[in-house]
Write a protein that binds this ligand. Sequence first.
Ligand SMILES: [Zn+2]
Length: 342
Amino acid sequence: MTRLEQKTVENLPKVELHCHLDGSVSKKTLRNIANEQGYELPENEEALCTLVEAGEGCQSLLEYIGKFETVLDCLQVESALEEVAYELTGDVAKENVTYIEVRFAPMLSTRKGLSAERVIQSVVEGLKKGERDFGVKSNGILCMMRGHQEKDNLEIVELTKEFLGQGIVGIDLAGDEANYPPKEYKKIIKLAVEYDLPITLHAGECGCATNVQDSVDLGATRIGHGIALKDDPEILNYCISKGITVEICPNSNLQTKTVDKWENYPFEEFQKAGLKLAVSTDNRAVSNTNLTKEFMTLDRLYQIGYKGMEELTLNGIQASFADETTKKILKKQVLESYQLVH
Ligand SMILES: [Zn+2]
């Protein structure tokens, strides 16, 4: 098997399904939006890193989630939301991500009075501008938040319905999984199913395979992380039989201590079982990663080669919430480009 070469991986077309907007604001963009609002950040680069990056020393999902606070403070105005969405598409264009689904929780940007609707419009505007300037096709996914009030999450379901096909393609549930399992959101997700909204849910990020099964039973066709499936062959097989695609985010999974060390990462186990996997970054800034780095990591650990990278990329296209025409174009690009490296 030919090993991956960084430059080639960077140049090959890639797609990303699981990327949080607030976790993917580069330090340069963060300094820009903070400056514009007179928000003070540590001048020292290292101090800023400690504030906004998880790093290897991160001990848990909750500690990881804490790294979003500074950025969120700066994401309460329309101009900043539009700017970070725009800059993100510029960042991913540099490593030839041809399609990205960017997820964000509108309610987290309403602390200073902005309406959730305006939050969505601002992000979609930034993504559209990015598409025009950098050629990256993108769509948004709205996140409901674990621990938020039911009425707020219900509003997100309504807004996903309202914006569906207008820059938004699906709905997610994010946040503290251990304390707020998916079954508590049954009523809300049922409404999303009634509206026929594409659903991907964060589950199996904190050791509980039952949460993955519950999420699938509630109507998710994709699962964010799903790592806990490694401990439950029965639920793993259930997901395979249902055709579920799991969005794995290797470096993030290590930082949140979803797995304690690479030796216990279930990539090969999942592959062998026949579970459909797609690779994402989760949070480019908080996890200090990009898609090239994630593929290089998988090649270093499991020698996936270009064949494996192509397969994972095609899985991503297949499971994406993009329309069929877009999927066809993306697939054609991938098949043509990867042919040259096999
Ligand atoms: Zn995530």
